[in-house]
Design a binder for this molecule. Sequence first.
Ligand code: PMV
Length: 363
Amino acid sequence: MTSATDFIFETNKAKHQTVEQGAFTWSAPSNIALVKYWGKKEHQIPANPSLSFTLNRCKTCTTLQFVRKEEKGISFDLLFEGQPKEAFKPKIQKFFERIVSYCPYIADYHFTIDTTNTFPHSSGIASSASGMAALAVNIMSVERALNPAMTQDYFLKKASFLARLGSGSACRSITGSVVVWGEQTDVDGSSDLYGIEAPFEVHANFSNYQDVILLVDKGEKQVSSTVGHDLMHNHPFAQERFKQAHQNLSQLKNILQTGNLDQFVALVESEALTLHAMMMTSMPYFILMKPNTLQIIERIWTFREKTQIPVCFTLDAGANVHVLFPEKDHPAVLAFIREELSKFCQNEHFIEDKMGNGTLMIQ
Ligand code: PMV
């Protein structure tokens, strides 16, 4: 699959089934980028490649019911935690409009989308990656019902392709524990169109890698992703940054294979700070870290120096801190988080997560 046209569902194919109605339920996790995607072209094509760890506990679970209708057109109801949620509808409407040329059958059905998150909505954890990934695999289940001959590889790639059109980083939440999205010469099969599971052996040091998310600021995002990515247009450092992301991805690929945790720590923290540096040096400019974000970072550095435990942080486009560390260091790092870091979180709230595997069909 090398071009977007490979993902257009061909109507009128003799082997396609007629399906009147049905329902599917899938869960999809969030993911945390280590090499960050920041800056995009039209149709959510990334300006640089990114690499993420898939999470395990921070998930969206979505049931998609569908019933065939007479007249063609996009039609759906949206429930969030069992209650109608009008506020989320425009985003889903836009998603359906973007994917209808690839999935024309969606205009033949009325959908009821019922979605819940395992993490609190107001936690400051973006649900767009897990939410769009969960919806995309559900849509692909409908497509597979219409076209049972579809291969698993096509199912996963098109699910990632569709998720990307909903929210760029969502395409990294479909399958695999380590996912690369965006063309990179030394990563076989990598594509700007969808995420792929890292096509190389990942060292055992990274098995079940831990991610504790410190909820420093549970408020609404100060800068939406759309506005944020746009800031990279005409950004004075954009081209250098895009070049650096390619270099960092090559280096990270090597680190993940060799298991060098000191190099991992340095690269991951540098990527996080570079993302924020891009925001601080754009016009308009933003500081998305809070004083408590810096308190946490300083304490992580002191703890690492003192214990030699290779714990590090990464950041999204916000104030929350992801604390990353090997599974074997879980007891020591968790005690440190409880004793020294939780006081910098809103209501001392943090979420213990770790590396996961991607979407799961529940029904
Ligand atoms: O997927 P979006 O458009 O919400 O962008 C996500 C951007 C970052 O989270 C900051 C980085 C990334 O690669 O996930």
